[in-house]
Design a protein around this ligand. Structure first.
Ligand code: NCD
Length: 650
């Protein structure tokens, strides 16, 4: 059964096919191609345009509509699951159009429905039919999508229309400039999809270039990997500056896509943060004379009504196209399901845990967390060799997170993930023996025992770590031009703990605590956030003009630092970024050079260097260890309490 859950469910050719049908909407109407069809609209969240344009579309096709005027007044209020609702309504209608407040809920419903399901917006995740309207509008206005530069502006984090739109623009070869309100940057999973699937890369655009229109924002330019690439230097000030000036010329903006602050998806406090607006000045700017302004609507106050009468304000036209585009989509799905044809979407294999306990999606708004019974525990697996991590992507909401422990269901052994185990893990997965765990506790609850590792040597003792951090803190303060602008950012999790210790050392020297934050490279919440019991009224961290010190535990290939740097540059424009690492292993794949190093420990690729801090996984003291990895597939069974012995020996 063909449904539309994500914009990725349609190929570019199919999108073109839908547009051709939309061009002929009058004919579809005259032919009554939807006669006898019943469409059910199930909206768990408010809607005007999406719902009414779908209902109008089906009626114009000659079909009819059934609907629950308010899902809160349906059996949902009595506790019915989305799975049951989907199953039941499937027998009343030929197609379901669903909007839900949980990410991934429409996917779950499609899995239980016997008819086609269309996603009319699921939480902060996707809104593929809005994207079809957006692309159709852009194509009508500008001719071709390829090569266009579209500025997406506002709440890029929670705006589901944006998540579907940027991926579609990338697929059609358009460039995207992201102009996010502070703390509302594009989520990591969307950026990764762009980088991984469409080979897009980020480059910064000077904010001055756009702030005639919008204020208090920084822009980033997303483009097919050539020719702009994010510069990778720890002393970014000069490099970025020169890159900015080289880019400030020659950018043509074809469209500016404005969005509303999605207050309903924000914690209190964040909702009051400042937000860009487009006002009448926009009309006067010569370089925007051919820039059309779009908005999925409803608008609040981010878009001045003065633009309504201007030929460039095309958002009402965009809303009007909702009917022919949705008529075309309904007809496209009807034809596809009447004469099923091979679906061209990539059939990536999903991982299912063979154990009753295992990883859970970390996105608190995901259907799998809110209504697990309607879902399966299914994930996509990414071996992120470059940063030595095993990443799971939720099949429902696409959020990604790191898993730390891998086990084998037959031998009942587990160990921490390591790149060297990649082939073994693939093999276990093929045989259905791969058990993944979020924590040692999960593995041990199921009776798993740790795999033995080779003998470990201690490279730094607690006292040495203390001394190194104290020395680095002094150097940081010495190099700092304006200590009040200092921002210490640690890479989660060990780097973040070290950053907090550096923060305490700086506080002891200056009698004032510097601002502290952490970066989560593979998380599903905010990738950049304050640490500790931060005051919720402080709002998101601001990087503008800050002297940032990025802290990590070990630098080896430099790729983790590269990922952290790109998060920093995506989130704002610091005055400088310096890098502090406790251990430098002296091998580098990317040109990053730490400014502050606790200890240089040249080591080979087959060795592992780990910073273990007191309290983590039962460690009794701080220390840095080195060991070589032993493949658990080949190793002899370990002593049941080896990890505890190891901890006790230190
Ligand atoms: C959008 C939505 O619901 O995501 N509205 C729409 O469908 N046109 C945008 C929004 O609510 O801001």
């Amino acid at each position: 059964m063909r449904s539309l859950i994500s914009i990725a469910d349609l190929t570019n050719d199919e999108i073109e096919e839908i547009f051709t049908l939309a061009d002929d909407a009058d004919k579809l109407r005259a032919d009554k191609v939807g006669a006898g069809q019943i469409m059910a609209t199930l909206f768990y969240e408010p809607s005007t345009r999406t719902r009414l344009s779908f209902e109008s579309a089906m009626q114009r096709l000659g079909g009819s509509v059934i609907s629950c005027s308010d899902m809160k007044a349906s059996s949902t209020a009595k506790g019915e699951t989305v799975a049951d609702t989907a199953k039941v309504v499937s027998s009343y209608a030929d197609v379901l159009v669903v909007r839900h407040n949980w990410d991934g809920a429409v996917q779950a419903m499609a899995e239980h429905a016997d008819v086609a399901v269309i996603n009319a917006g699921d939480g902060g995740h996707e809104h593929p039919t809005q994207t079809l309207c957006d692309l159709y509008t852009l194509r009508k206005e500008k001719g071709e999508l390829k090569g266009l530069t579209v500025v997406v502006c506002g709440d890029l984090k929670n705006g589901r229309t944006i998540h579907s739109l940027v991926c579609a623009l990338a697929r059609f070869g358009a460039n995207v400039v992201t102009l996010a309100a502070n703390g509302m940057e594009l989520p990591q999973y969307v950026i990764e999809r762009l980088e991984r699937e469409y080979d897009y890369a980020f480059a910064p655009v000077p904010s001055g270039d756009l702030n005639a229109v919008v204020t208090e924002t920084d822009a980033l330019y997303l483009t097919p990997k050539q020719p702009h690439q994010l510069a990778l230097y720890t002393q970014v000030d000069k490099v970025i500056q020169s890159q900015l000036s080289s880019m400030s010329t020659g950018l043509r903006y074809d469209a500016l896509y404005m969005t509303r602050k999605q207050k309903e998806r924000m914690k209190e406090g964040a909702a009051s943060a400042c937000y860009p607006t487009i006002g009448p000045e926009f009309l006067q700017e010569k370089r925007f004379q051919d820039t059309v302004v779009m908005h999925p609507l409803p608008r609040v106050d981010e878009l001045s009504p003065e633009l309504d009468k201007d030929r460039r304000g095309i958002y009402f036209k965009q809303a009007a196209y909702g009917v022919p585009v949705r008529m075309a989509l309904l007809e496209f799905l009807r034809r596809s399901n009447r004469a099923p044809r091979p679906v061209a979407v990539k059939g990536r294999r999903s991982y299912r845990s063979p154990e009753p306990i295992g990883p859970k999606c970390h996105n608190v708004n995901c259907i799998t967390v809110n209504e697990a019974v309607s879902t399966e525990r299914r994930f996509r697996v990414y071996f992120a060799d470059h940063i030595g991590a095993l990443i799971l992507g939720c099949d429902y909401c696409d959020h990604r997170f790191k898993v730390d422990y891998v086990g084998n269901v037959k031998t009942k052994r587990y160990s921490s993930f390591d790149n060297a185990l990649t082939d073994t893990i693939r093999e276990w997965w093929d045989k259905g023996e791969l058990a993944l765990f979020d924590s040692i506790k999960e593995a041990e609850e199921l009776g798993y025992e740790p795999t033995q590792s080779s003998a470990q040597r201690i490279l730094m003792s607690e006292a040495e770590i203390d001394n190194a951090l104290a020395k680095m803190s002094q150097q940081i303060l010495r190099d700092c031009r304006d200590p009040d602008r200092l921002l210490i950012l640690g890479v989660r999790s060990v780097g973040s703990q070290l950053a907090q210790r550096i923060g305490s050392a700086l506080e002891a020297q200056r009698k004032r605590r510097p601002e502290l934050g952490e970066i989560e490279i593979y998380g599903s919440g905010d990738e950049l956030r304050r640490v500790g019991p931060a005051d919720p009224d402080l709002g998101p961290l601001s990087l503008k003009d800050r002297e940032v010190v990025l802290v990590d535990d070990v630098i080896f290939t430099g790729r983790t630092v590269k990922s952290a740097l790109s998060i920093i540059f995506r989130s704002g424009r610091p005055r400088s970024v310096r890098l502090a690492v406790l251990v430098d292993r002296g091998h580098r794949e990317v040109p990053v050079k730490p400014n502050y190093v606790g200890k240089n420990i040249p080591s080979s690729e087959s060795e592992r260097v780990r910073v273990r801090l007191r309290g983590e996984d039962r460690e009794a003291s701080d220390h840095v260890v080195i060991y070589s990895i032993i493949n658990p597939a080949a190793s002899a069974p370990a002593a049941a309490n080896s990890s505890r012995e190891r901890a006790a020996n230190h």
